[in-house]
Design a protein around this ligand. Sequence first.
Ligand code: NI
Ligand code: MN
Length: 227
Amino acid sequence: MEIRYLGHSSFFISFNGFKILFDPFITPNDLAKDIIDIKTLDPDYILISHAHQDHTHDAEEILKSSNATLIAIHEIATYYQNKGITNVHGMNLGGKNTFDFGTVHMVQAIHSSSFLDGTYGGCPSGFVIESGNRTYYYAGDTALFSDMKMIGENFKLDIAFLPIGDNYTMGIEDAVLATNYLKVDKFIGMHYDTFPVIEIDHIQCDYFAKRNDKKLILLPIGGSINL
Ligand code: NI
Ligand code: MN
């Protein structure tokens, strides 16, 4: 499984020939727009955690050009349906569904969710994905919440994608606590550096994680790791 970072909270996961794009926000992201060309992305699925602009901006264009299937909470699925996109799969919190690439569990996130035009985006969400012999948790934008312990008990996670930029989401301290709740040793940081208010000190965050016996992975934009 290859995990490629597209900046902010956007990732492109390739697995067994399936290509899955998370929370596309590339063309307005000054850190990513010259590195990632959205025209070269040709996902089979786009997963959206919540409606905020910094998670959805490029979704409509990529959905139309790739004919990918959108997986998101009901209200977000309906929003794109109303824009003429027919390949949508709506879900809701606590539900799971098995697709050809694996099983997606939609889990809660503590955040808010509305589109730029004010349309209600339903509850914000995260995803636990069981794909082949890998299980991972993509938290979306969220505060730390104690039910992450339940995720840690119900799944044997290989890795977690956690926001670490603070202000709008968890910061590094809560993200490390989250890894304890989730029972994971390594986590991929997201939702940092894109805007001045979420800039982080990479060395300090890395040190903080290490001090707690955790491995923080900060991928360069365009960079990837194999899981
Ligand atoms: Ni958000
Ligand atoms: Mn966000």
